[in-house]
Structure formats: C-alpha cells, structure tokens
Write a protein of this length. Structure first.
Length: 145
C-alpha cells in the first residue's frame, strides 16, 4: 500500500499502518497534544476507545467535567473517575481501582484522529478514539455533571 492510499482507509487501519511503517515509533504526522487540548475536545462528550490495530472496543468514557468522568469497559460496570493532569498526561483515579498510576495516558493526534498511549513502560497500550458523541452512558446512579 502506498502512503497516499492511507488517507482513505478506516482510522484503525491507518493507525496500524503508521505503527507498522515506523516500527512502532512515533510517525512524523503524529503530534503530542496537551491534556488540556484533549479535554477541550472531550468535555461534555462521550468517547469510544478502541485498541490500536483492531476494531475491538475497549470501553466508553463520558467526560462529564474536566475533572470527572464515567468509564464503562466492555463487559464491565461503570466506574467514576476523578481526572487529574500534568503538562503531558491525563490520569484517572477510578473508584475501586487500586493503582491510579496504571490509569495515566499521554494524548496525541494524527490529523483529526485522537489517540491515547499508556504512560507505563511494561505492556504499553495505545487506543484510538473511534467515535465522539453527545450520548450519555447508561449507568445506574450516574451523575449528569
């Protein structure tokens, strides 16, 4: 596949091609974005996160405020998370999760496509945002703001 053809394929295929063509490193088209820039796009919205290189939905997160979200993993129950940021990463302190450091992500983009990469050295994961909507997550006792 030539580089010009990457534009027309599905976002996950495009993202996988970027990773494969660059040996897993950051491609020149990828741009790190600040947590604030990510939250500017996410706050008040619901984002569907997929595992990079697949069509596998990991979960759905509704960003109620810049400091509060609701996460619903596939096959799991909703958990509420306090959002904290620093200059390069977003961390989620979810109710009932033992180690908040495992829930830190570095946001980046490729064109308009949003991605997040875990901020850990062992078993890092990259997710892409497959959909941004204004739908609410169906959770019992969900806060609305």
């Amino acid at each position: 596949m030539v580089q010009g053809q990457l534009v027309s394929v599905m976002p996950w295929c495009r993202a996988l091609a970027i990773v494969l063509l660059t040996g897993g490193g950051a491609a020149s088209a990828q741009t790190m974005i600040s947590p604030d820039t990510f939250l500017d796009r996410a706050t008040g919205k619901t984002l569907n996160f997929y595992l990079l290189g697949t069509e596998n939905l990991v979960g759905i997160e509704q960003f109620l405020r810049r400091d509060l979200s609701v996460w619903k993993p596939v096959g799991g129950d909703c958990v509420y998370g306090k959002i904290v940021t620093d200059d390069r990463k977003i961390c989620f302190h979810y109710d009932g999760y033992p180690n908040a450091e495992e829930n830190c992500w570095v946001p980046f983009r490729d064109g308009e496509q949003l991605f997040v990469r875990t901020d850990r050295l062992l078993n890092p994961e990259t997710h892409y945002v497959g959909e941004i909507s204004e739908r609410q997550i169906a959770c019992e006792n969900a806060p609305t703001s």
